[in-house]
Design a protein around this ligand. Structure first.
Ligand SMILES: Cc1ncc(COP(=O)(O)O)c(C=O)c1O
Length: 439
């Protein structure tokens, strides 16, 4: 297999005659037979390898915070906790999952642009380590909850630094016109620092920025560092507020296709650390403790989805559609962002010889439910064969739905020839279970 294609699969994946045969030492036919399809398969070694790469690169004085929004599953958060990571949760539900995973609460960072009073009270009750405050109303809510619960919140302020990125507009967050955070250019960030330090229920410890997701060029991160260090410096000189922590969010892109060339974790972190050192030295402030919040670049490359081919529709001279047994309900990204993926035939079968371009259609009642187009697949591919798609570990399970009342797939963890269940497959009755029939 060509390296471009294999880069979108976990390093443990093995291929034979153009077909994916094993992941984590487990045969994909056996996985599909035992657990059904669609099936989310997560490679343990790829997942933990990426967590360790981040931890080693940042060292013991800084923090690697796994962004649970990318893949919020109890078993995955248990692994993140065991690997010494912190976790970023963005809702009461994600916080509940961290609790179920016995995640040490002092290592939890709580995000969200509209946290409810109930969510803040829940965070106070559990003793969540850090809250990233996103708005003036939230500062007031935090102070109010603090006065009622007796908990003083450790707070980082989310700043929108005015950095444009090269990513899809739906996952861009650092530009001025954003729903997130305190907009730097409008003077809101300075005002937020002044207000936060005056509130007794808040222990202001740092600033946060997250410029976007699936970013492939490093300069956006460096621009954010420059803006954030300048702000830390201004807070110190103009307001006499020295903040010891700087959280730079997540955002590192991954390879979804053979053409994508993301930065390696080691290169990205080296550039980030060098930029923080250089900017702090230039303005003459001490280097703050650095936090980063990678989600996609930890979970994404560890995931593979297995589908079974159902209907094959050939439109002579126009296109061939292979319909699989899932679609936009287990992977909404192509329909949502026009995201591109690589598909390969999987399991035991004839060697791939002649190929022709085909479209991979989902089974939903939606014309836009097409997972990929112009995929070179065997001309004689037949109903019942397995297809595999790489890099589905992040924002697939996390964004899945029950559209058309499809039960959500199971997820398994594979490694060293062993399979562990992470998420049970839903049944049609699970999907129905919250309906209340009228009397
Ligand atoms: C505040 C924050 N941190 C971290 C992340 C994770 O980003 P990524 O999955 O691109 O690393 C996000 C994602 O949108 C985010 O909003």
């Amino acid at each position: 297999m060509d390296h471009g294609l294999t880069q979108v699969f976990p390093a443990s994946a093995t291929f034979e005659a153009g077909r994916l045969r094993t992941v984590g030492g487990v045969d994909v036919d056996a996985l599909a037979a035992a657990h059904g399809t669609p099936l989310w398969v997560l490679d343990r070694q790829e997942l933990t390898g990426r967590m360790r790469a981040y931890r080693e690169a940042l060292g013991p004085d800084n923090a690697v915070v796994f962004a649970a929004k990318a893949l919020c599953v109890t078993g995955v958060l248990q692994i993140a906790a065991a690997e010494g990571l912190q976790v970023d949760v963005a809702s009461g539900g994600e916080l509940r999952t961290a609790q179920a995973a016995n995640f040490p609460m002092e290592r939890v960072v709580f995000h969200g642009n509209n946290k409810s009073v109930e969510e803040l009270e829940y965070a106070a009750r559990l003793g969540v380590g850090t809250v990233v405050a996103d708005s003036f109303s939230e500062l007031v809510r935090l102070d109010d909850v603090a006065s009622r619960t007796g908990v003083r919140f450790r707070v980082q302020l989310r700043v929108t630094p005015g950095v444009e990125t090269d990513t899809h507009e739906h996952i861009r967050t650092g530009h001025d016109d954003s729903k997130f955070g305190f907009t730097l250019s409008a003077g809101l960030a300075d005002e937020a620092v002044e207000r936060a330090v005056a509130l007794p229920g808040i222990d202001l410890v740092g600033l946060h920025s997250h410029v976007g997701s699936q970013i492939l060029a490093g300069d956006a991160f460096e621009s954010a560092v420059a803006a954030m260090v300048a702000l830390l410096d201004r807070m110190q000189t103009a307001h006499d507020v020295a903040l010891p922590e700087l959280n730079l969010g997540g955002g590192l892109g991954i390879a979804y296709t053979r053409d994508d060339q993301p930065l390696a974790i080691a290169d990205y972190t080296r550039r980030l650390l060098a930029a923080v050192d250089a900017e702090c030295a230039a303005v003459g402030i001490a280097r703050p403790k650095l936090f980063i919040e990678p989600g996609r670049s930890i979970a994404g490359p560890a995931g593979v989805t297995l589908y079974r081919v159902g209907t094959v529709k050939r439109i002579p001279g126009v296109n061939t559609y292979l319909a699989v047994d899932g679609g936009m309900s287990d992977n909404p990204r192509p329909a949502l962002y026009g995201a591109r993926y690589e598909f390969v035939p999987a399991g035991n079968g004839a060697a791939v010889t002649g190929t022709e371009p085909m479209a991979i259609a989902g089974k939903h009642c939606e014309t836009g439910d097409v997972l990929a187009r112009d995929v070179a697949l065997p001309v004689d591919i037949a109903e019942g064969e397995l297809l595999a798609v790489g890099a589905t570990g992040a924002y697939n399970h996390a964004m899945a739905s029950n559209y058309n009342r499809l039960p959500r797939p199971a997820m398994v963890l594979v490694g060293d020839g062993r399979t562990d269940m992470l998420v049970r497959r839903e049944t049609p009755d699970d999907v129905l279970s919250h309906d209340v029939p009228l009397p």
